[in-house]
Design a protein around this ligand. Structure first.
Ligand code: CA
Length: 242
């Protein structure tokens, strides 16, 4: 099968524009004009990527994404949102979207994002993220550690999901801000540090753990379970026990 892309977009001009542009790049393109059709096509076919408008009549884009993920459909999803808001970012993450673009966007940027997702490949991903004894279920919005339910706010949840999706990797404060918070939070804000503190209080300390590491001067990293991902010696972090 060639690179088949699904575009779920109710604005017909935008849908036609995306279809033409993607076809010029050699992709085969299916169009769905609402969430129900998008969900059906996304369930029936294995797309290389799905471009999903957030605001759709009927079932909205977030719900379409969440339902596809709940069905074990893991085609990379780029959410197209009309506004840059905290809620949309968190909802997109929670729904299992891989990336998102804010309208209006340059077509070249869309293509770059799609190519990046296609390069990343489309592995079967578990709907529940597991790192050691830590489990996060994006669909059910549920987190457990060692089998114990841990209540998290939406932002704490989004931050943890980001850390878990990049386990063992250092995430800079800017990258975390960009994914979890609105740009309205000014640079130099310590909101990331605050929320890492909240997560440690809920997920690490009660369990006698120190898995959320501070990488001094850079950002944060969720420690990979030692048996699965031995940390190379050259990447040994400077941990801060706070
Ligand atoms: Ca729309």
């Amino acid at each position: 099968m060639g690179m088949r892309v699904l575009v779920v977009e109710d604005e017909t001009r935008m849908a036609a524009l995306l279809k033409r542009g993607l076809e010029e790049e050699g992709y085969a393109v299916d169009i769905a004009a609402d969430g129900t059709e998008g969900l059906w096509l996304g369930s029936e076919h294995d797309y290389a990527a799905i471009l999903l408008d957030a605001m759709l009549p009927g079932i909205d884009g977030f719900e379409v994404c969440a339902r596809l993920r709940a069905q074990g459909k893991w085609a990379p999803v780029v959410m197209l949102t009309a506004r840059d808001s905290i809620e949309d970012r968190v909802r997109g993450l929670d729904a299992g979207a891989d990336d998102y673009l804010i309208k209006p966007f340059a077509f070249a940027e869309l293509l770059a994002r799609v190519r990046a997702l296609l390069r990343r490949g489309n592995p079967e991903r578990p709907s529940v993220l597991t790192v050691g004894d830590l489990q996060l279920d994006p669909a059910a919005h549920r987190v457990t550690r060692a089998g114990v339910d841990v209540e998290l706010t939406a932002k704490e949840f989004a931050l943890l999901e980001l850390l878990m999706r990049h386990v063992g990797q250092v995430l800079t404060r800017d990258r975390i801000l960009e994914h979890v918070w609105d740009f309205a939070y000014v640079a130099g804000s310590n909101v990331v540090d605050q929320y890492v503190g909240y997560l440690r209080r809920k997920l690490d300390r009660p369990f006698g753990r120190e898995d959320i590491e501070t990488v001094r001067g850079t950002g944060y990293r969720l420690r990979a379970p030692a048996q699965d991902h031995p940390v190379p010696t050259h990447a040994t972090p400077v941990s801060e026990l706070s």
